[in-house]
Design a protein around this ligand. Structure first.
Ligand SMILES: N[C@@H](CCC(=O)N[C@@H](CS)C(=O)NCC(=O)O)C(=O)O
Length: 221
């Protein structure tokens, strides 16, 4: 059977643009039913160093631009956002937890718990165990289950999967996050995209409608 159209989204919750990308992608799912959408956790510093790139916030001219740009996206897209007091946070525990949960849960809602509810909206330090457990408990339905998944963050295979995802992204050409690998229906040829601002082009090559940035009733600048 010919392969289905797909998007693999490599993301790290330390990256504000990954947070926007994951949020937008979740909004688009219902209109992009023909596309298999997979969220894949990575460790952004590993990608930056693998690609010999630098964290953008370390470039003096980029930082104020990013701060303004992120606020504009938040306003235009209606995505709640507050720049966290701990930035950049050590995201390895969070990303390992997301790997561990993904192995067993079919839905991706827990990603938003960590990305939005904990870090990019409620300004919590997601390098801490208690914060992570509290963040995913509502979606998992029990604190015991959240604890179990947290314990798995010490497992060799969970650690290795985060490394493998990160290396896969680098091999695919990633130099930052979010990075997307898009394949169209019936084709094996991968198209790499960088950034939460690339959805319109992705929609065009996938031949699906582009729903735009703003949800209905989003406030404007
Ligand atoms: N224009 C992109 C910017 C994405 C971006 O700057 N991502 C950061 C992490 S938050 C990154 O990896 N940057 C690497 C680079 O700019 O080379 C967007 O709107 O999403």
């Amino acid at each position: 059977m010919a392969p289905q159209a797909s998007i693999i989204c490599y993301y790290d919750v330390v990256s504000p643009y990954s947070y926007f990308a994951v949020t937008l992608l979740n909004r688009y799912r219902s209109q992009w039913k023909t596309v298999d959408i997979v969220l894949r956790p990575v460790f952004l510093p590993g990608i930056l160093s693998g690609a010999k790139n630098q964290p953008p916030a370390t470039v003096a001219a980029k930082l104020p631009y990013m701060v303004a740009d992120l606020q504009r996206i938040s306003t235009c897209a209606g995505i709640p956002y507050t720049f966290p007091s701990v930035f950049p946070v050590m995201s390895i525990p969070a990303m390992r937890l997301l790997v561990a949960i993904q192995k067993h849960e079919s839905e991706d809602r827990y990603v938003q718990c960590v990305a939005k509810e904990a870090y990019w909206f409620n300004n919590q330090n997601i390098s801490q165990k208690e914060v992570l457990i509290a963040a995913v408990t509502p979606v998992l339905g029990s604190e015991a289950k959240a604890e179990q998944y947290y314990e798995m963050t010490s497992d060799k295979d969970v650690k290795q999967e985060l490394i493998d995802n990160t290396n896969q992204a680098i091999e695919a050409g990633a130099f930052g996050a979010p990075t997307f690998i898009v394949t169209t229906a019936g084709s094996d040829e991968p198209h790499m995209f960088f950034g939460s601002d690339r959805f319109e082009t992705m929609a065009s090559i996938l031949n699906v409608p582009y729903p735009g940035l703003a949800p209905k009733n989003a406030s404007k600048l």
